[in-house]
Write a protein that binds this ligand. Structure first.
Ligand code: HEC
Length: 151
């Protein structure tokens, strides 16, 4: 298979327009999906912290590992210029994100730090989850308060 053809074949698997479409639908879906993965796993840990879900060290560890995994996704790919809620439908990303990219990325990094702390704590016992969860929730909120539009 020649190289140009191979590249074209790979791009067609991405749905053809993935990185090129001006509606930025692919990037918006991807970033919203990553937030949903975060929320689901936070929910598992929150349920265990409250006792609504029986504590299970392996499941707690898996949830924390997933948070760390998502926190390692390279963010700039997901936030193309012009994908704010004034420019396109279907997003709650506020335009001020693109005026403060360094701050947004540092808030994302803070989430990564909190996720790593949870990764250390989660498997060690139910009572270790609460404090780590508070810090994680604070990292989510710090970004949402400034950069996410209300529903
Ligand atoms: C660095 C900023 C930032 C951090 C940190 C952050 N979020 Fe968000 N979040 C956003 C923005 C901006 C949106 C809107 C994205 C969009 O609609 O394009 C969003 C959207 C969401 C959504 C809605 C997704 C959808 O389907 O529309 C959920 C749920 C969510 N975040 C949960 C979380 C949780 C849980 C955490 C922490 C574990 C978190 N976020 C951390 C900025 C952040």
């Amino acid at each position: 298979m020649n190289k140009t053809f191979a590249i074209a074949a790979v791009l067609s698997m991405l749905g053809g327009t993935a990185a090129m479409a001006q509606d930025h639908a692919a990037e918006v879906k991807a970033r919203q999906g990553q937030f949903r993965i975060l929320a689901l796993n936070l929910g598992v840990l929150g349920g265990m912290a409250k006792g609504a879900i029986p504590y299970d060290a392996a499941a707690a560890q898996a949830a924390a590992d997933s948070l760390v995994g998502v926190s390692m996704v390279h963010q700039p790919t997901l936030w193309p210029e012009g994908s704010d809620n004034m420019s396109i439908d279907g997003t709650r990303a506020q335009p001020n994100i693109w005026e403060n990219l360094d701050d947004v990325l540092s808030k994302w990094d803070a989430l990564g730090v909190a996720a790593k702390e949870m990764q250390v704590a989660a498997g060690t016992g139910q009572e270790a989850i609460g404090p780590a969860l508070g810090k994680l929730g604070g990292a989510c909120k710090a970004c949402h308060d400034t950069y996410r539009a209300p529903e």
